[in-house]
Design a protein around this ligand. Sequence first.
Ligand SMILES: *[C@@H]1O[C@H](CO)[C@@H](O)[C@H](O)[C@H]1NC(C)=O
Ligand SMILES: *[C@@H]1O[C@H](CO)[C@@H](O)[C@H](O)[C@H]1NC(C)=O
Ligand SMILES: *[C@@H]1O[C@H](CO)[C@@H](O)[C@H](O)[C@H]1NC(C)=O
Ligand SMILES: *[C@@H]1O[C@H](CO)[C@@H](O)[C@H](O)[C@H]1NC(C)=O
Ligand SMILES: *[C@@H]1O[C@H](CO)[C@@H](O)[C@H](O)[C@H]1NC(C)=O
Ligand SMILES: *[C@@H]1O[C@H](CO)[C@@H](O)[C@H](O)[C@H]1NC(C)=O
Length: 459
Amino acid sequence: MATVSKLLLLLFYSYCSLVAHAGDSPSYITGSIKTEAVCSEPKAAPSSSAGATVTLHHRHGPCSLTPTNQTLNVEKILLSDQLRASNIQRLLSAAANATGDAQKLEATLPTTLGAALDTLQYVINVSIGTPAVTQTVMIDTGSDISWVHCKPCSPCHAQVDPVFDPSESTTYSPFSCGSAACAQLGVDGGAAGCSGSQCQYIVRYLDGSNTTGTYSSDTLTLGPNVVPGFQFGCSRAGSGFEVEKTAGLMGLGGGAQSLVAQTAATFGPAFSYCLPTPQASSGFLTLGAPSGGGGNFTTTRMFRSREVPTFYIVFLEEIRVGGTRVNVAPTVFSAGSVMDSGTIITRLPPRAYSAMRSAFRAGMLQYPRAKPLEILDTCYDFGNLTRVTVPAVELVFDGGAVVDLDVHGIMIFDCLAFAPSDDGGASSVPSIIGNVQQRTFEVLHDVGRGTIGFRAGAC
Ligand SMILES: *[C@@H]1O[C@H](CO)[C@@H](O)[C@H](O)[C@H]1NC(C)=O
Ligand SMILES: *[C@@H]1O[C@H](CO)[C@@H](O)[C@H](O)[C@H]1NC(C)=O
Ligand SMILES: *[C@@H]1O[C@H](CO)[C@@H](O)[C@H](O)[C@H]1NC(C)=O
Ligand SMILES: *[C@@H]1O[C@H](CO)[C@@H](O)[C@H](O)[C@H]1NC(C)=O
Ligand SMILES: *[C@@H]1O[C@H](CO)[C@@H](O)[C@H](O)[C@H]1NC(C)=O
Ligand SMILES: *[C@@H]1O[C@H](CO)[C@@H](O)[C@H](O)[C@H]1NC(C)=O
């Protein structure tokens, strides 16, 4: 690989360069650039729901609970994102090979998440134990097992919240090796044997990081809601989370261990979230379906792979740039698209990517190009401009669901925020809908109805 100098960019210069602003033309979006960061309360409420809602923050945004120097190692973030994306594709391709057919997906429950090191993840504030200890954790629809760093530890993980001490909680209980919860871990691949008589878990994330410790239960508090006997990992060792100042991770995937599966009996088998732009308001994560039935959501069918039940899969059918359909055969998308809150940049099959890139570049001729940034090959030099106009990008999903992306879902670091999948010579490779493209939408994962819904302008 060519040597690329490390890019340490000041967050609010590099990352918040475009501010969403509806343009006059339906085919173009105009946005301000290099705007000051502002933190405000959510500008829009979640859909009303009988479930639990917690505020969601961008990990590096001004509303972030974890104070940082607000610089990001962009090169490292994008490399880590690439590793995760490649591994998602490998997993799904292997699953398709195993069944002999990529189409054998079932229209039922979703689940998926993956934590990345030093990357643009989203966090929520929850509490664990009795008395309740506040813990700021990343959310991940690409994995199932939730965990927090635990005592005893030496040295302890550097984090803003106190490290959870199970010996101080009257409701904490480690699972024994013979427990049903431990047996389920074995079935799902998260088991790591016994230590004493205590069940050990392990999660290996797709970007190469990992965590291991005692599989346990304790009371989880989500805002005003209390979840007794929540199953999670008490992490005693791990790799790849050294830079994170968060206390752990909440798994929202489709598997049996995820928060969604564990709370389905209480809130129903559904959840939604809104991922805020870095400089904007907070978003939210809601467990349970909207009580109005999700009337204002544009919906598409949700699929699930039997071999990889964690992932929530949808089918992309068409991409429109500047109001015009990008000319690629719909079969290019036949391997499906994973909805993944833990992948940053959306990955498209190479043929689809190159066609949409051509259309996008054609609509950007007024701006000088800049050199590529790792996987991002369509970058611009906006010089001292404070507002730029970019072609609108719409993703059209199975059933005709049109998702008109926010400007923050089109551009990142002054580059087109899309990249090609690794094709590995396969005729059809999965796409990944990353968190940048999901920004500002309320994204509803309705596992009960088997749909994914999008509601624009939710945060
Ligand atoms: C911020 O950066 C400065 C200089 O690089 C360093 O001394 C300081 O410890 C950093 N602060 C935090 C909170 O990381
Ligand atoms: C799937 O099968 C094809 C043809 O047998 C093979 O070339 C490819 O490497 C396999 N892919 C995976 C991920 O196993
Ligand atoms: C996190 O939640 C707890 C309990 O609701 C609250 O007391 C605390 O102030 C919150 N912390 C932050 C940083 O929002
Ligand atoms: C976790 O990852 C590190 C670094 O890749 C590796 O050395 C270690 O063996 C892994 N731990 C487990 C339990 O797989
Ligand atoms: C849809 O949005 C409209 C306008 O914001 C609102 O009045 C209506 O109550 C919403 N419907 C549902 C089912 O949420
Ligand atoms: C922006 O740069 C151009 C050319 O470098 C210059 O002519 C113009 O005055 C600058 N505008 C502002 C607002 O600084």
